[in-house]
Design a binder for this molecule. Structure first.
Ligand code: PAF
Length: 283
């Protein structure tokens, strides 16, 4: 496994692999890898001749009062995970090289970034779209894999790749959960034991809504109330947003259907967690 930090070296390596007719599968991450990332890497291993993992805590997708400085990092453990998943190249650029003095270009995806996480984290998706466009170009990705836990992020990246005619196939992979239902996230490491227990209210809310939907309930307002009630039972939880929307356009709706997304962001103490589910699909 090769670890490359230099952007030009990564780009030259990727271009030379391309000239040899190799395809590149790419998993972009901010590191502190968990089983969710490992599942992307294992799938990526099957999808390309060369598997590239990037680890880059992207400063421009963090708001002023967010956790950029405290974002968990463990490079050695990440490299062990990468190696075990068959990664060929770990790309670890540094911030100064990604955003040198004078950097002034950004990618904005419009409507899709307005609701949900976009409303609570202004500028976040500009940062994500910009860095992912740069990474796709540097590593010459043919296939890129993203987790569906960041459902809106996946939608934004798909839109960006289509709108900018980027020659990359964007794949969304299932959410990986702990045995008790909590969606895996690097930010779970921030939770105290009580918050960790309280965090189960997110998946519990999704399950309750799925049950009501399976029993025939279709009113988006009623289903939302079911989820709100499940979160309200957890004293440590504060809701950031909880919404049912069209799974493709992310537009609001009155009547839920298969393909409606229930997405929520909930704070446990200082830690903001997100989760979602598509109605009509398994959790
Ligand atoms: O999902 C993430 O870890 C990040 O948003 C991504 C896609 C690596 C961009 O920095």
């Amino acid at each position: 496994m090769n670890i490359i930090s230099n952007i030009e070296e990564m780009q030259q390596t990727a271009l030379s692999l391309k000239r040899q007719g190799k395809t590149v599968a790419f998993v972009p991450t901010m590191g502190y890898l968990h089983e969710g990332h490992a599942s992307l890497l294992r799938e990526g291993r099957k999808r390309g001749d060369i598997l590239v993992l990037s680890i880059f805590v992207n400063p421009i997708q963090f708001g002023k009062n967010e956790d950029l400085d405290s974002y968990p990092r463990d490079r050695e453990r990440d490299c062990r995970t990468a190696e075990a998943c068959g990664v060929d190249i770990v790309f670890t650029p540094d911030s100064a090289a990604m955003y040198p003095p004078g950097f002034q270009t950004g990618v904005t995806v419009r409507e899709l970034t307005l609701p949900l996480c976009g409303a609570s984290r202004p500028g976040h998706f500009d940062g994500v779209a910009t860095v992912v466009a740069k990474l796709f170009s540097i590593v010459q990705a043919d296939v890129a894999l993203f987790g569906r836990k960041d459902y809106q992020q996946l939608a934004v990246i798909r839109r960006m790749a289509a709108d900018l005619n980027l020659p990359v196939q964007v794949l969304g992979m299932p959410i990986i959960r702990e045995a008790d239902g909590l969606a895996m996230s690097s930010r779970n490491s921030y939770l105290s034991p009580a918050e960790r227990q309280g965090a189960l209210c997110l998946s519990r809310a999704l399950v309750r809504v799925k049950e009501r939907y399976a029993a025939g309930e279709r009113s988006a307002d009623t289903l939302k109330d079911v989820a709100l009630a499940a979160i309200a039972q957890e004293p440590l939880a504060t809701i950031d947003y909880l919404e049912l929307r069209d799974g493709a356009t992310l537009e609001p709706l009155q009547t839920a259907d298969n393909g409606t997304i229930l997405a929520l962001a909930v704070k446990l103490g200082q830690t903001r967690l997100i989760d979602n589910t598509l109605l009509g699909e398994e959790l």
